[in-house]
Write a protein that binds this ligand. Sequence first.
Ligand code: 4AD
Ligand code: MG
Length: 479
Amino acid sequence: MKRTEIVAALQSEKTGQDILVKGWVKAFRSNRFIQLSDGSTIHTIQAVVDFEKFDEALLKRVTTGAALAITGKLVESQGAGQKVEIAVEKLEILGDADPEEVSKTVMQPKKHSLEFLREQAHLRFRTNLFGAVFRIRHAVAYAIHKYFNDRGYYYIHTPIITGSDAEGAGEMFRVSVLDPKNPPLTEEGKINYAEDFFGKETNLTVSGQLEAELAALALSKVYTFGPTFRAENSNTARHLAEFWMIEPEVAFNDIYDNMDLAEDFLRYICKYVLEHNADDLKFLNDREVQEDQTKPQAERNEMSLIDRLNFVISNDFQRLTYTEAIEVLKNSTPYKKKKFKYPVEWGTDLQSEHERYLVEKEFKKPVIITGYPASFKAFYMRQNDDGKTVAAMDILFPGIGEIIGGSQREERYDILLEKCKAFHIPESEIWWYLETRKFGTVPHAGFGLGFERMVMFVTGMTNIRDVIPFPRTPKKAEF
Ligand code: 4AD
Ligand code: MG
């Protein structure tokens, strides 16, 4: 008999027929009711055994975590909570799970801390919580590809190993095959990368943008979706050393088109998850409500997870310039009461306390800030006519902070060349990027969405380590 997935079995109208399901035991109550899960849905199917008909030794092996194949009749359920259940006819143990061992793991059915779950990242997939998170993570990835595909964008695979650090987005991880104990040296006594695998210094990429731009200046609408790496020593709930980024790049778009695209894109993802992951979302929503009840009023969410997603779908984002944002902050209560740790001064970057104030207290909705001072933004951002600011945009989300960073790109060769000099980027390293500005250069714009930050927003998870299967953070690369 062919295996039926539990998601299909639960929706099946074919009561009275025999089916075969396979999965892992979540619980076995009263020597009679098996709750079986196969990951196809957050729900388990109930399989009812008549213990008199089965060997006692066999039933003893039906323990939490064990893998089973169950054949039986799909019948209407007598109990509350499920429409159908299986009257077990045949029960096969595919893999045992020693209860003694299971009791030391996150599979033990009780509440575990997220920290403990992280220590067992190899087993946390088995929990309802991480089942829900990773089904949604998949849906978000799929929705992103669908969004761009449906709109005529091309998916470009940009390199993971790169020979340039032009982006300047952060510290990089070196890629080298040289013997660290005995590296070849140059005459000046420096490591001789000419003898390394690629004949030059190479690193893991921090962004696929520069290469995506090259493609956009021919294919018009492209996007990347790949892993990116940053070796910053950031031990926050929003930073990973290895994370995934989506970077659309569009020829002929200006900064306003870029904002419109980003807003539409983020709304689409929220809508997609609401429409396709209702069961998992409800689970996460209810879990958050329960967690909130254990917290003081001030730390509780003002809106439920599902309400937050609907809110993003139905409200325009707040758009303002960096200069306006500084004004708002200077007029704010925390500023006047000296509650901000970092200075609020035109020309200094906004810190997360400032961003949080704008999003969570002042506007209470997603915010797009544009027109940042050129001094702390990347070299490729288009210079505004005021000569001081660039056509940058950051999108800030409640509870997340910066979810998107992007800009209109500098398409004017001379200005870009000047910028490279000012940023100490050697022409010999960036010649290929500069060259696109010589042959039919056009205005273009793009942005980068942090995939995990988006998954945090749609799942309500508050630590980025809990939305990627195997997080890489400083001093942690287990599994
Ligand atoms: O703002 P960032 O650094 O922008 C870029 O890399 C541009 N090249 C994007 C572009 O214009 N094509 O990064 C983009 C986004 C951030 O807004 C954030 O959501 C996420 O990537 N991000 C991180 N996510 C997790 N861990 C980190 N260490 C991250 N650093 C950035
Ligand atoms: Mg940024």
